[in-house]
Design a protein around this ligand. Structure first.
Ligand code: SAH
Length: 251
C-alpha cells in the first residue's frame, strides 16, 4: 500500500465509460487496495469484477439505496467507513469531475475532516468520439469543445444555445435522452440548421455500444431509439466507414 491508499481516507476515482481497458492504472491500484467501494449505478459489471472479494461494496444506485440514492446517504457511507479506518474508494463513472456531483462529496468530506484525493478518469465524450472515428477538436473546424448537460437539478438546463447553434460548433451533451425535444427546440430557435450532424453514442465503449447517426431534425427519433446511457456529439457525424478501414483498396 502506498500513502495514496492511506487508511481512513477516501479516493474519488473515475471508472471511465465502461470498458475496463479504459480504466487508469491509478484507478485499478486504488480498487485493489480498497477496503470499501461505494459505486454508482453506471459503473458496469466488468469493472466491479476487479474489486477484491475482501472489500465491502456499497451500491449507491440500486435497490436498498434506491434508484437515486440521496447524496447525504452517500456522504454518510463514505464518512462512516473512513472513520472506521477504511481506505474508501468512491467509484464514479467516467471522470468524477464531470457531471458527477463531486463538489458536494468533497464538501462533505472536508466538513467531516476526512482526507481525500481525486483519481481522474476518461469521460464518456472521449469514448463516444473515438467510436465515431472523430477528434473532439479539429483545426479549421472547432477550436473549442463544450461539455454540457441538458438537465440540472431544477429540470432542463439553460445553456448558451446561440453559441452552440453557430456552424462548426461541437459539444458533448450528457444526460440527454429525456431532453432531446427541448434541445432540438432551443437549437432551432437560435438558428441551427436542421441538417446539422448529431451523433448519439449509446453505451460508449461497452459491448452493447450503438451509434445513432442523426441530424438536428431527426434527433428526437434517434434519442427514442436509445435504451442505455447515451452522449450526444453535437456537430459530429461518424467518419465514413471506408476511411476507417485503410486496408480496403479502391477497385
Ligand atoms: N462522470 C461521467 C458522467 C456522469 S453523468 C463521465 O465523465 O462520463 C451520466 C451521463 O453520462 C449519462 O446520462 C450519459 O449521458 C453519459 N454516459 C455515461 N457513461 C456513458 C457511456 N458509456 N456511453 C454513453 N454515455 C455515457
Amino acid at each position: 500500500m502506498t500513502a495514496a491508499h492511506a487508511k481512513a481516507s477516501v479516493a474519488l476515482v473515475g471508472a471511465g465509460p465502461g470498458d475496463p481497458d479504459l480504466l487508469t492504472l491509478g484507478a485499478l491500484r486504488a480498487l485493489q487496495a480498497a477496503d470499501v467501494v461505494v459505486h454508482d449505478r453506471l459503473v458496469g459489471p466488468e469493472i466491479l469484477a476487479l474489486i477484491p472479494p475482501t472489500a465491502r461494496r456499497i451500491d449507491a444506485g440500486k435497490e436498498g439505496f434506491g434508484p437515486s440514492t440521496p447524496q447525504p446517504t452517500i456522504h454518510a457511507a463514505m464518512i462512516d467507513a473512513a472513520r472506521d479506518g477504511a481506505f474508501v474508494v468512491r467509484l464514479k463513472s467516467g471522470d468524477p469531475g464531470i457531471f458527477g456531483r463531486l463538489e458536494e462529496e468533497l464538501d462533505a468530506l472536508d466538513a467531516a475532516g476526512i482526507p481525500w484525493r481525486i483519481v481522474p478518469g476518461l469521460t464518456a465524450a472521449s469514448a463516444a468520439a473515438a467510436a465515431l472515428g472523430q477528434p473532439l477538436t479539429a483545426r479549421g473546424r472547432n477550436g473549442a469543445l463544450t461539455l454540457l448537460t441538458a438537465h440540472d437539478l431544477q429540470g432542463f438546463a439553460d445553456q448558451d444555445w446561440r453559441a452552440l447553434a453557430r456552424p462548426g460548433a461541437v459539444a458533448a451533451i450528457y444526460m440527454v435522452i429525456a431532453a432531446s425535444r427541448f434541445l432540438q427546440g432551443r437549437l432551432m430557435m437560435h438558428g441551427a440548421a436542421p441538417d446539422t450532424p448529431v451523433s448519439l453514442v449509446e453505451n460508449a465503449s461497452r459491448p452493447d455500444q450503438r451509434i445513432h447517426a442523426a441530424t438536428l431534425a431527426s434527433l428526437p427519433a434517434a434519442a427514442a431509439a436509445c435504451a442505455g446511457p447515451a452522449v450526444i456529439l453535437w456537430g459530429l457525424a461518424p467518419r465514413a466507414a471506408r476511411a476507417a478501414l485503410p486496408a480496403i483498396k479502391e477497385a
